[in-house]
Structures are given as C-alpha cells and as structure tokens.
Design a protein around this ligand. Structure first.
Ligand SMILES: Cc1cc2nc3c(=O)[nH]c(=O)nc-3n(C[C@H](O)[C@H](O)[C@H](O)COP(=O)(O)OP(=O)(O)OC[C@H]3O[C@@H](n4cnc5c(N)ncnc54)[C@H](O)[C@@H]3O)c2cc1C
Ligand SMILES: *[C@@H]1O[C@H](CO)[C@@H](O)[C@H](O)[C@H]1NC(C)=O
Ligand SMILES: *[C@@H]1O[C@H](CO)[C@@H](O)[C@H](O)[C@H]1NC(C)=O
Ligand SMILES: *[C@@H]1O[C@H](CO)[C@@H](O)[C@H](O)[C@H]1NC(C)=O
Ligand SMILES: *[C@@H]1O[C@H](CO)[C@@H](O)[C@H](O)[C@H]1NC(C)=O
Ligand SMILES: *[C@@H]1O[C@H](CO)[C@@H](O)[C@H](O)[C@H]1NC(C)=O
Ligand SMILES: *[C@@H]1O[C@H](CO)[C@@H](O)[C@H](O)[C@H]1NC(C)=O
Ligand SMILES: *[C@@H]1O[C@H](CO)[C@@H](O)[C@H](O)[C@H]1NC(C)=O
Length: 536
C-alpha cells in the first residue's frame, strides 16, 4: 500500500523533468502511428527524428509562425509533434498516447492566443491542431448553431447571417471559436447580449482519459460552469460547441470623431463622464462607446444597433457638446454583415463579403504585446495627466483601447459562470506594435509605464482572453472570486498521471499542475521585426 502511494508520488514529481528532458520521441511516434489513421498529418521537428529520411514520419523544420498570430520570436515554441486532427476520435487517440507517455497536450484552434499558448512553449508538448474540425450547422428553428471547435469567427458570422442570426463575439474574423468562447468572448454586442460564453448551451470534449464527454446544464455541471469563462487550455479539449445564436441587428450605425493629441485630456474626461455620470445604463444596450488613444490622435466611436435614430443622435450631441471641434467626424450605416467586415479593418481589395469565409486567405500575423485592466470608476485627473505624459514620450506604434464592459454582462449573476468580472464599467487594452528591434526593450518598458500610470485607479483585474504572461498572481487577476472553485475542480481521478487541476500558468499546459511557468518574458532571440501595423 505504502509503496503504491510512493510510486504515484514519485511519478508525479518526476513527470515534469522527464517531459522536459526527453531527447527523442520514438515512443510517441509509435503510439500515434498505431492509433491514428495513416491519412492524419503528424509533423515532427526534424531535430528529434533519428532518421530524418525515413518515409514513415513527416519531419519539418517547424515554421511555427504559420500557426500563431504572433509573428516574430518573442515566444519560442518547441512542440514534440503537431497532429492535424480531423475529428474528435483523433483527439481522443492523441490524448490516450499523451496520457500513457506523460506528454502535455495543447489544443490549437484559431492560434490567436496573445501569448501563443496554443503551441505550448519551450516544453516538448503535443500540439493538436483543431483547424480542420470546423463545421458549421445552423438550426434556424431553435436559433442555435453547432460548431466544430476549430471554426473561426468570420465564417460563423457569414453563415449565421444567411439566417438573420449572428453570434455576440469579437471582431477579428480569424480568431478561433474555441479559445474565444472558453475565455468569454467580448464584442460590440456584449452590452446587448453578454459574452459569447454566456450563450454556450453545450460542449463535447475529450477528457484526460481520452473519453468523449457531453458538458451541459445537467451533465458535468461543474465543467459546464468552469468552461464558460475560465479560458482555453483547462481540464479538457473541447471538440464541439452548441451556441445560442442572437438575432443580427437590422442595421448598424457608427459615428466617429477624431481629435489631435492636444484635446486628449478633455476628450478622455468626456468619455468617462458619459460612462459614469450621464448614466449610460439608462441608454439602451444598443449603444456602445469606444475610445482609442494613441500619441498621434484619439478617436471616439459610437455604435448603435437599435432603430431609434433619436437616441443615437442625442448621444452624439452629448459627446460633442463643449469639446474642441474634432479634426474629423464620420458617420455611416450599413447592414450587419458589412459592419462586421468593416470592423475587421482588413483590406481584401474586394467588397464581396464572402471574404469573411476566409477561404484561401492566410491570416495576418502581428508583432504585438498587450496588457489589459478593468475599471469600475473613472481614472482620476492626476493619473490622466501621468497617462498623457507617458503616452507622449512613446516612439513606438501603440494604441490604448477603451471598451465598455457593462450592460447585459452585468445582469448575469456572478456565480452563473466562471467569468468573474460582471460589475466593471470599462476595460483598457494597452497595445504596442514594436517597430524596431533595437528599441524593442525600450518600447516594452514604455508600455509598462503607460499601464502603470493608470494602474492604481483600476480594479487590478483583467480578462483572460487578453492574457499577459507578465502578470503576477494571475489566478487572482483573471479569476478573482472564482479562484477557489476553479482550483477545486478535480476532474481527473486522483492518482492518474494527469491530475486535472488548474495549471501553474494559464493556458500553458493541459491537465498539468506541477510544471512551472517558464517566465520567459521577452525572448532575446528575435527574428527581425517587420514594422507593418495592423489595427483590429
Ligand atoms: C487580432 C486579435 C483580436 C482579438 N479580438 C478579441 C475580441 O474582440 N474579443 C475577445 O474577447 N477576444 C479577442 N481576442 C482574444 C482571443 O479571443 C483569444 O486570444 C482566444 O483565446 C483565441 O482563441 P483561438 O482559438 O484563436 O486561439 P488558440 O491560440 O488556438 O487558443 C487559445 C487558448 O485556448 C486553448 N484552446 C484552443 N482550442 C481549444 C480547445 N478546442 N479546447 C480547449 N482549449 C483550447 C489553447 O491551448 C490556448 O491556451 C483577439 C485576439 C487577437 C489576436
Ligand atoms: C432575413 O431578413 C430579411 C429582412 O427582414 C428578410 O427579407 C429575409 O427573408 C430574412 N431571411 C431569412 C432566412 O429569414
Ligand atoms: C445534456 O446532455 C445529456 C447527454 O447527451 C442529455 O441527456 C441531456 O438532455 C442534456 N441536457 C440538457 C439540458 O441539454
Ligand atoms: C491642437 O493642435 C492642432 C493641430 O496641431 C491645432 O490646429 C489646434 O489649434 C490645437 N488646438 C489647441 C487648443 O491648441
Ligand atoms: C437613470 O436611472 C436612474 C436610476 O434608475 C435614475 O435615478 C435617473 O434619473 C435616470 N437618468 C436619466 C437621465 O434618465
Ligand atoms: C439624426 O441626425 C442625422 C444626421 O445629422 C439627421 O439626418 C437626422 O434627421 C437626425 N434624426 C433625428 C431623429 O434627430
Ligand atoms: C457566489 O458564490 C460564493 C461562494 O462560492 C458566495 O460566497 C457568494 O455569495 C456568491 N455570490 C452570489 C452573488 O451569489
Ligand atoms: C500606486 O499605489 C501604490 C501603493 O498605494 C504606490 O506605492 C504607488 O506609488 C502608486 N503608483 C502610482 C503610479 O501612483
């Protein structure tokens, strides 16, 4: 009896090291090739194959850039293998090999993790590319959609719109449904319909034993709670989502106005007073006020998805009253799908909205780093000054995005799902697109300064979909009051190699709790920066 426990204990402690120290993947190759159909693409890095010319295995000098939206060498990835799964059965078989041989598994759906977590990291992980499991079925009678976990937002927007439905999700069409929905999924319809995770009705998923399970309101209820908002990479690999669709807005209007930097403080104060003092909650949730601040300009956009023009006009007048004359204003209105296409701000040189299906379109990659904070009160005047000073000293390509986090989101009880940030007013994303490798470190420091200038006014909490590997005490930052409940989820029977608890760093590892966060921060071995800048 004693011996059995000792063996389990030792196995657990040594798992980390043995995973890290692996110097060949022969056992893995054997297991995968015996369980997977031969048509499944499995790619091993050439450096781990004894015989690179063996016709038995494909080998590649990994070009991970193609699988992650983060371009450049900021994050290093060395997967043991990348498996291109075609269905949930493949996922089950890969997980069976992983469990048997003590590998960590990372699912990669849309590849849009801000820190590239879907490709593991420097560890020798198994990456399951879910991209081909991307079916889209719409049930127009009950207003639900069933989606393969590898589906992307663009095709979902396009297909659902054919039935006058949509999803309440984010605006980048390349983002994968899986990572997005598991972490919340926030977008312009969130004031109206909440987060995408609030509309998840059911999931099919593979657990650490390789079983395909159904997760819904009555089955695996604790996982149903956790997977709506705690983020991808935890507990299971989801293969399918059933989602409650929402009616697409009949029309989408947008007013935007642009100011020079010398108006920054006044405009920022007006934005805040609109959110706090003018009682925007009394306005319908059809209104969304976003603000974008950079060191060259600032812009406020008002989106409106309702049909009462007057409500929209009133808000525009309220914004502009007593502010300096904007450098430029712009108004437009369009159908929902055109709005979605424009919001993606990706020039495809064509007005054909079918581009949203993304057929044959490689996705843009970014050199970026982002930080994020939530607010439940306005930023104080002295801290606005500090913020503006820090901003002015920047020489990098950067943008701070202020986005409302209220409306319908805050009407849902905080314990309903694992998403804990139900009473915050707005969030700020601090983003930098380094344009020069030499000055990269300086630009990163500068990003931190801007972030810190308004940190004390924030709630000090953040959104897991905007994950930042430099955040200390991440359980508290991302999970807030739900830390303990998430920690207590022991989905996997005690004593198995995978213990199924929360990993030591979010999204880095699947089913693992002992592996330390690698704390790589900024990787010095960068490929040359490309200064191309994308807004999204
Ligand atoms: C350009 C851009 C725009 C964005 N805009 C928004 C926005 O408007 N609103 C918003 O809320 N977020 C936004 N995000 C953040 C985005 O929602 C998250 O990065 C999300 O995790 C991406 O999901 P993915 O499947 O594309 O990513 P991946 O990198 O494939 O996965 C992200 C994480 O989820 C895990 N995971 C992936 N698939 C599965 C699965 N099937 N089962 C279990 N775990 C899985 C991965 O292992 C990884 O840890 C944006 C990101 C980018 C890069
Ligand atoms: C969608 O709405 C439009 C306009 O109201 C209508 O003409 C069309 O028939 C609807 N389509 C479906 C599939 O219901
Ligand atoms: C949950 O899934 C189980 C198994 O498929 C099913 O029997 C049950 O009806 C589902 N519950 C809900 C609320 O859909
Ligand atoms: C702000 O800057 C713009 C452009 O540089 C200039 O035209 C305008 O007069 C300035 N406004 C004030 C109040 O200084
Ligand atoms: C907004 O709602 C609050 C509380 O419901 C109310 O006291 C206030 O008068 C309303 N303001 C406006 C402008 O309608
Ligand atoms: C709202 O503003 C637009 C553009 O300024 C104007 O054409 C329209 O008549 C206004 N509508 C109402 C109801 O005030
Ligand atoms: C949420 O659950 C926690 C315990 O997990 C409890 O202390 C808290 O009161 C609950 N909050 C609400 C609003 O139900
Ligand atoms: C924020 O608060 C901490 C502790 O209260 C303080 O030490 C720090 O100087 C403050 N930072 C800023 C930028 O105001």
């Amino acid at each position: 009896m004693v011996n059995i426990f000792l063996i389990i204990f030792i196995a657990r402690c040594y798992r980390t090291n043995s995973t890290l120290a692996r110097n060949g993947n022969d056992d893995l190759q054997k297991c995968l090739s015996s369980l997977l159909p031969s048509s499944i693409r499995t790619i091993y890095p050439c450096s781990t194959l004894a015989n690179q010319h063996s016709s038995q295995y494909q080998c590649e000098h990994f070009n991970i850039d193609q699988l992650s939206c983060i371009r450049g060498g900021r994050i290093s990835h060395f997967p043991a293998v990348i498996v291109y799964a075609m269905n949930s059965n493949d996922v089950q078989n890969v997980v069976r090999c992983a469990t048997k041989l003590n590998y960590i598994v990372n699912a990669r759906s849309g590849g849009h993790s801000y820190e590239g977590y879907s490709l593991g990291s420097t560890y020798n992980n198994i990456v399951i590319n879910m991209e081909s499991i991307n079916y889209i079925h719409i049930n127009q009678h009950d207003g639900t959609g069933t989606f393969g976990a590898g589906a992307r937002l663009g095709p979902i927007y396009y297909r659902t719109y054919q039935y006058n439905y949509t999803i309440n999700a984010g605006r980048c069409p390349w983002v994968g449904l899986a990572g997005h929905a598991l972490g919340g999924g926030h977008g312009v319809l969130s004031r109206l319909h909440g987060l995408l995770s609030d509309n998840i009705l059911e999931m099919k998923a593979v657990n650490a034993q390789g079983e395909l399970i159904t997760i819904n309101k009555t089955h695996e209820t604790e996982l149903y709670w956790a997977l709506r908002g705690a983020g991808g990479g935890l507990f299971v690999i989801v293969t399918e989502f059933k989602i409650r669709l929402v009616k697409s807005p009949s029309i989408a209007r947008r007013f935007s106005s642009l100011w020079y930097p010398n108006a920054t403080k006044l405009v920022m104060q007006r934005y805040q007073s609109m959110l706090f003092h003018y009682k925007i909650p009394n306005f319908s949730n059809n209104l969304v006020l976003e603000m974008l601040v950079s060191n060259t300009h600032l812009e406020i956009s008002i989106f409106y998805f309702g049909i009462e023009f007057e409500e929209f006009n009133k808000t525009v007048s309220m914004l502009l009253a007593k502010l300096p004359t904007p450098r430029r204003t712009h108004f437009d209105e369009q159908d929902w799908l055109t709005f979605v296409s424009k919001a993606a701000e990706y020039d495809v040189g064509s007005r054909d909205l079918q581009w949203l299906l993304l057929d044959r379109l490689a996705y843009p990659t970014f050199d970026f780093k982002s930080k994020h904070l939530f607010y439940d009160r306005p930023i104080s005047s002295p801290n606005l000054d500090k913020f503006i000073d820090a901003l002015a000293s920047s020489n990098g390509q950067s943008v701070m995005m202020f986005v409302p986090w209220d409306g319908h989101i805050s009407t849902i009880s905080v314990n309903e799902t694992a998403f804990p940030h139900r009473h915050f007013k707005f969030g700020i994303q601090f983003m930098i697109y380094p344009n020069n490798k030499q000055h990269e470190k300086q630009q990163m420091n500068w990003l931190k300064q801007v972030y810190l200038s308004v940190y004390n006014d924030s709630t000090k909490h953040s959104f897991i979909n905007y994950i930042d590997r430099d955040v200390p005490n991440w359980m508290n930052v991302y999970y807030h009051i739900h830390q303990k409940r998430l920690h207590n989820i022991q989905h996997i029977p005690q004593g198995s190699a995978w213990d199924g608890t929360i990993p030591s760093h979010p999204m880095g590892q699947f089913f693992s709790s002992n592996i330390p966060w690698d704390g790589m921060g900024w990787d010095e071995s960068l490929v040359p920066w490309d200064s191309h800048l994308f807004f999204f």
